[in-house]
Design a protein around this ligand. Structure first.
Ligand code: HEC
Ligand code: HEC
Length: 225
């Protein structure tokens, strides 16, 4: 309960700050993005153990599936192969309420998941192979335009193949489920994700739904060697 109150207070404060600083609705960095402090910093310093991570991840498989493939309809993201730094960043943000994810929050609560287990799960997941064949793809209607937008606006951070950047906390997005990518892009554009990188929000803000669809489709078909 105390935890919930803290999350609610933080959420209200964040909303208030965002509203105070962006009256036009234009995206603005409300704080330095991803400040490394507290539990996030601590988890990043810990040495993870993949075998312990495999065990702890059993509590997550009901949603994220065995092998962390996610669900092909995109309801649950694939976690296999993701950078450990990104996993730690996202899990601690979900747990602190910085990233909005009410479905998962109870499973990431400090009473059920220790900081050490977060570090363990991160190294376990990072080493899992990506099973591209399980991926959900878009309609394939306009992949050329999707590629054009990706190369122009996204590759600078996410890499030409969607590999991301571990040290900069940029997620690997190659072959991620179409439905999930599309949903996140809308959250990012509409400022519902909570922890979105502000420079990315600026880039995605003018995108129409059709633009999000073609770029998500292109991403869902990227593969890494
Ligand atoms: C009840 C279902 C559920 C359970 C159990 C669950 N998750 Fe999730 N998780 C989700 C959903 C749904 C999302 C995506 C939310 C969204 O749409 O933004 C997510 C997102 C994530 C992300 C962010 C992925 C990304 O690419 O940004 C990570 C990391 C994650 N989960 C890790 C875990 C771990 C570790 C556990 C176990 C301790 C776990 N999840 C348990 C439902 C669940
Ligand atoms: C300035 C660097 C930058 C640019 C430009 C950028 N991104 Fe990102 N992106 C990030 C970072 C950092 C994150 C992780 C933080 C977050 O949660 O927002 C992220 C997260 C994402 C996610 C969520 C991934 C997941 O696993 O949940 C998607 C999808 C995404 N970006 C797609 C795009 C697309 C499409 C574009 C181009 C239209 C783009 N990004 C442009 C830096 C960038």
């Amino acid at each position: 309960m105390k935890h919930f109150v803290k999350i609610a207070a933080c959420f209200l404060l964040c909303v208030a700050m965002a509203q105070a600083q962006s009256p036009t609705g234009a995206p603005k960095a409300v704080e330095a993005w991803n400040e490394l402090k507290g539990e996030k910093f601590e988890a990043l310093q810990l040495k993870g153990d993949a075998a312990r991570g495999a065990e702890a991840f059993q509590a997550c498989q009901g949603c994220h599936k065995r092998g962390a493939t996610g669900s092909s309809n995109g309801a649950y993201p694939r976690l296999a192969g993701q950078h450990a730094t990104v996993l730690i960043e996202q899990i601690t943000d979900i747990r602190s309420g910085r990233r909005t994810n009410p479905k998962m929050a109870p499973f990431a609560d400090e009473h059920v998941l220790t900081t050490q287990e977060i570090a363990d799960i991160a190294v376990y997941l990072q080493a899992l192979p990506i099973q591209y064949q399980i991926g959900d793809k878009g309609a394939g209607n306009d992949l050329e335009r999707g590629k054009g937008l990706y190369v122009r606006d996204c590759a600078v951070c996410h890499g030409d193949r969607g590999q991301g950047h571990a040290q900069k906390f940029v997620p690997l997005i190659a072959g991620q489920h179409y439905g999930y990518v599309l949903r996140e892009l809308a959250y990012i554009r509409d400022e519902k994700r909570g922890n979105a990188n502000p420079d990315m929000v600026t880039v995605i803000h003018p995108y129409r739904n059709e633009d999000l669809e073609v770029v998500a489709d292109y991403i869902s078909r990227l593969t890494l060697p």
